[in-house]
Design a protein around this ligand. Sequence first.
Ligand SMILES: *Cc1c(COP(=O)(O)O)cnc(C)c1O
Length: 367
Amino acid sequence: MTSGDFPPDAQATLTIDLRAIIENYKSCHQLAGGIESAAMVKADAYGMGIEQVAPALFNKASCRIFFVANLAEALKLRRVTPHAIIYVLNGIFPGHLDYFARHDIRPVLNDLAQVKLWADFCPEKSLPCAIHFDTGINRLGLSPTETAQFINDGAVRQKLNIALIMSHLACSDDSKNPMNRKQLDDFKAITGQFPGIPASLANSGGILLGPDYHFDLVRPGLLLFGGNPRPGHRPKGIKPVFRITGKILQIREVAPGDTVGYGATWHPGKPRHIATINIGYADGYLQMFNNRGRVYAGGKELPVVGRVSMDMIAVDVTDITISAGDDVELLGEHITLEMASEVSTLSQYEILTGVRERYQRIYSLND
Ligand SMILES: *Cc1c(COP(=O)(O)O)cnc(C)c1O
């Protein structure tokens, strides 16, 4: 993906290992006991690039079912995966119907108004859809009252081609939370009303809650991209998929009495070597990492000192031998999403989807 107009090391780099995403997908399938797995590729495949990630999963991992948040994402996905099954989580609105039909995109219907809209649009059971039942997250999906109404409305159910029924867990990252069991029981009661129709409840955290939660289809996102909903216990076969590498622009010596960065928030207790690195908050490396982030270089974790600037951070490199022009890892195999999340208080999802445009992106797909 080099433009050729400038040298390859003119920017910091984001290296995305499509093979690792494929392997994580296969690991999800195994963690879910062999149940079919969809891929959640909303928000540009969690920031990793839907146009690269989705075809890799379709062609090399036989993933057939993809979920995106909105119609614009679905249309982008349709161009690169002409034969995939694509669901739109945000539902359907009156002006969108033709787009869904023309591009063979399936809506996830989230309330009775959407159910009616779709049933009236394709009354001959022609075009498939999913129905989303809210079992407690109170975000999207038919409310319990609407659910009861829908279950008893044979006429409208008759008109629909329901390819999937689904619900979404609110607390799947906390295996001890009693809400998981409650949502599971409520969803089970709903699935009982739709014999023969595939059902789906589990996101990444849900997969790790065990077989009761798997139903017919699991919907991982975070695990595909090397995140971990259960920090501390790495799920089997899940590995990091990307690396962010910054370059040292300059190294300077500072001594007691000096300060580093905006606001002069950091000052050394003894002489230190401070490297300035070409990544800042405009790249998505947010100020939550001020005086708390860590980078990896020379076989060691090194602390970010002072505030994150728009285009730069400062790192204490006193303990290693390194020079201007050398690379350091900001995220990747050594500084994992889990670690970065812990030090910054950002969620792993925010760190992933926060990765910005300015990096030179390098995709690898080594067989
Ligand atoms: C985003 C999303 C998922 C995937 O969640 P992860 O925690 O990233 O695995 C699954 N289902 C729905 C409805 C979602 O919105």
